[in-house]
Write a protein that binds this ligand. Structure first.
Ligand SMILES: C[S@@+](CC[C@H](N)C(=O)[O-])C[C@H]1O[C@@H](n2cnc3c(N)ncnc32)[C@H](O)[C@@H]1O
Length: 350
């Protein structure tokens, strides 16, 4: 396909995802107001100026995504990667799960797990119904619905935001040879691992996550596509099951806002321990008050609407300082739409 056509196809595809997300959220909140109205006013409306800025930043993100693909940072096919079979199989379940979500949100039940869910051995901070998800991160249903829920939440931009780690990752790997070892901390259902595999087909990929259900889902989706299977290990990012100086790069996407402050520092310290001298850490997570005060209302609304117990602290937490404390250097930041990126290097000699 000529490039202008491919670009148009990409823009149309993203527009479709955006309208779909908006329509889902509008309809579901209308139904919620009728069948299970929130007991408390949860959110402040965004003003027109903020909405317009939001729209502009989203367009900038998509342009950046297109530019990176066109520059060959990753294959253009990635721009159209979408788990269609999951969409058709699980979208009805996303809708059917909504009444339970509204109930839990209204009753402020935020640490509620079915009896058959084994909650033993997890850190206390993890046993939460993040985003009011049924059984938190600990069921196969949750793992099956997660990607769709996140796509809806971000109006189809979750993958474009994840892909922003790929350019700094490739730059960081410049001297690492053609078979770098890369770890994804909190790999979830494996979307980032899948992108990294398509971008760096010779890399040895590893993923850790605390959720066995999400790891099963990651294994299932990664195995369904060609390529070497990443090694998936159930582990806490605070104590990684790897020897020192093992990886050429460590990445982590959308984890830090779901950790209490101490755990954030522990994960950074562990990333520093397992990455080789000269290796790179790339973190992607939510924007923060520190550098995106224009979205203050959205950042206040987010933990009020979705159960995110550590988000309020996260948005004021200086991760640059934490990275420096762990021993990283050359820390740089980027902002793309609603996400922020930290790129850091472990010094060659310490
Ligand atoms: C918001 S999801 C992000 C998942 C994935 N990285 C993505 O891009 O969608 C947070 C993930 O972090 C995992 N998680 C939370 N705390 C963790 C910890 N201390 N160690 C390892 N994984 C953790 C959860 O199980 C969940 O899969």
């Amino acid at each position: 396909m000529p490039d202008t056509l491919t670009k148009l196809a990409y823009q149309t595809f993203q527009q479709g995802k955006s309208y779909f997300g908006l329509t889902h959220k509008t309809l579901s909140s209308q139904v919620m107001r009728v069948v299970n109205p929130p007991k408390e006013a949860q959110v402040q409306e965004l003003d027109l100026e903020t909405l317009q800025l939001f729209q502009r930043r989203m367009s900038d993100l998509l342009e950046c995504d297109w530019q990176d693909a066109e520059a060959g940072v990753y294959p253009k096919e990635l721009l159209f990667d979408n788990p269609w079979s999951d969409f058709f199989q699980f979208y009805p379940l996303v809708c059917l799960d909504l009444p339970k979500i509204w109930d839990r949100a209204n009753m402020k039940e935020q640490q509620s797990f079915d009896q058959d869910i084994d909650t033993a051995g997890y850190p206390k901070y993890y046993l939460q119904n993040f985003h009011h998800q049924t059984n938190g991160y600990l069921s196969d249903l949750s793992a099956n619905l997660y990607d769709l829920q996140v796509e809806i939440l971000f109006n189809g931009t979750a993958d474009p935001m994840r892909r922003r780690i790929l350019a700094p990752l490739k730059t960081g790997l410049a001297g690492a040879g053609d078979k770098p070892k890369i770890l994804d901390v909190a790999c979830g259902t494996g979307r980032t691992l899948s992108m990294m595999r398509d971008t760096l087909p010779k890399a040895s990929l590893y993923g850790v996550d605390l959720s066995p259900a999400y790891l099963r889902k990651a294994n299932e989706t990664l195995a369904a596509k060609p390529g070497v299977l990443p090694q998936l290990i159930q582990a806490n990012g605070e104590s990684l099951p790897f020897v020192d100086n093992y990886f050429d790069a460590v990445v982590s996407v959308f984890l830090f806002h779901e950790l209490p402050a101490v755990a954030r520092q522990n994960v950074i310290n562990e990333a520093h321990r397992v990455v080789k001298p000269g290796g790179t850490l790339v973190i992607c997570d939510s924007i923060q008050m520190l550098d995106s005060p224009e979205f203050e209302v959205a950042m206040k609304n987010f933990p009020a609407m979705f159960h995110e117990p550590y988000y309020r602290h996260y948005v004021t937490d200086d991760l640059n300082q934490r990275l420096a404390e762990a021993g990283f250097e050359h820390v740089s930041n980027q902002i793309h739409f609603m996400s922020k990126y930290w790129v850091a290097r472990k010094p060659l000699a310490e």
